[in-house]
Design a protein around this ligand. Structure first.
Ligand SMILES: C[S@@+](CC[C@H](N)C(=O)[O-])C[C@H]1O[C@@H](n2cnc3c(N)ncnc32)[C@H](O)[C@@H]1O
Length: 301
């Protein structure tokens, strides 16, 4: 499966897990694809269901994609904007990055959010206690070279084309409300922050949040797919055994890069938890089912 990268990136982006997630979506799925934790949108944009409700508490992610969906942001507008700001960045260096960061923190313009996301350190998204974007400059004043602008423009164009034909709805709201909208034929894909990790203004997540998520998913009429971590070399995700154990748990190894050096590759066992048994999915085509068996190890906890 060719996975398209969306125009916005983040440290929690699930690009590498998309084929796995796609492989457990029933092939006859026709309902609403619901994401309470949309993030960069990479999962929904690649699954490309008929219809989707994509939500997040970070308004900047929602505003960016809502602006693409409404036609306020087009690939031509992005090219024009990045070309102009890229020239200024080359001339003024990091002072220009921080000027845009200050402007974004006052005016919250989606194009400035894209600029910061692509010129900030490691493509990270992080907000301070007051909700201000606080990622430092990537220290590359030549960041917006023509080839890089074209790459981003193509990513925007892909999203523009998708959102022209798919009536996807973007909403800034907390996960409880989003999950409650799910009906019988829908699938809720949940990718919540991990407890005690990456904590920032929009990403606080603790045991109570995890418990509420469980309570909501226990009573939903929809199918759900939940992404989380199972264990790494040092720790286990204790919520797998304490909270999630009554559901189906699938695991798979994934490598996280910490600090950008190959030698710092840390294997992490990812988990996918579902409230439906994918091995009993009659609608799965035989070939797809075979691929699934190769891809996944059913974890018995
Ligand atoms: C791990 S990221 C999702 C990543 C996404 N699947 C992707 O591949 O880009 C978690 C997301 O949850 C959002 N979030 C945090 N707390 C939330 C809450 N209470 N309700 C809804 N969204 C929340 C964050 O803003 C963040 O975008």
């Amino acid at each position: 499966m060719k996975v398209n990268i969306p125009p916005i990136k983040s440290q929690g982006i699930k690009t590498k897990l998309v084929p796995w997630i796609a492989s457990i979506v029933p092939s006859d799925f026709e309902g609403l694809w619901i994401e309470p934790f949309m993030g960069t949108g990479v999962v929904a944009f690649n699954i490309a269901p008929k219809n989707a409700l994509l939500c997040d508490t970070n308004p900047h992610l929602i505003n960016f994609y809502a602006a693409i969906a409404s036609g306020e942001i087009t690939s031509e507008i992005v090219r024009h904007y990045l070309t102009i700001e890229g020239v200024k960045l080359l001339k003024k260096g990091e002072a220009h990055y921080y000027e845009i960061r200050d402007r974004f923190n006052k005016e919250h313009q989606p194009l400035d959010f894209l600029f910061l996301n692509r010129a900030g350190f490691n493509g990270m998204i992080r907000f301070n206690k007051k909700g201000g974007f606080n990622i430092p400059f990537c220290r590359k004043p030549q960041r917006f070279a023509p080839a890089y602008i074209t790459k981003i423009v193509n990513q925007v164009e892909h999203t523009v084309k998708l959102l022209k034909v798919k009536p996807f709805n973007f909403k800034c709201q907390s996960y409880e409300n989003t999950i409650r909208t799910g009906n019988n034929n829908d699938i809720i894909y949940c990718d919540p922050p991990y407890v005690d990790r990456h904590v920032d203004y929009y990403n606080g997540w603790d045991e109570n949040h995890e418990q509420t998520l469980y309570d909501e998913l226990c009573v939903t009429k929809s199918k759900f797919i939940l992404s989380t971590w199972h264990h790494n070399d040092y720790r286990e995700n204790k919520y797998i055994n304490s909270i999630w154990k009554r559901f189906n748990i699938l695991t798979r190894e994934h490598f996280y890069h910490v600090g950008g050096h190959e030698k710092n590759r840390n294997p992490m066992i990812e988990a996918i938890i579902t409230n439906y048994d994918i091995s009993l999915n009659e609608h799965q085509k035989p070939k797809k089912r075979k691929q699934l068996m190769l891809l996944e190890t059913k974890h018995s906890t």
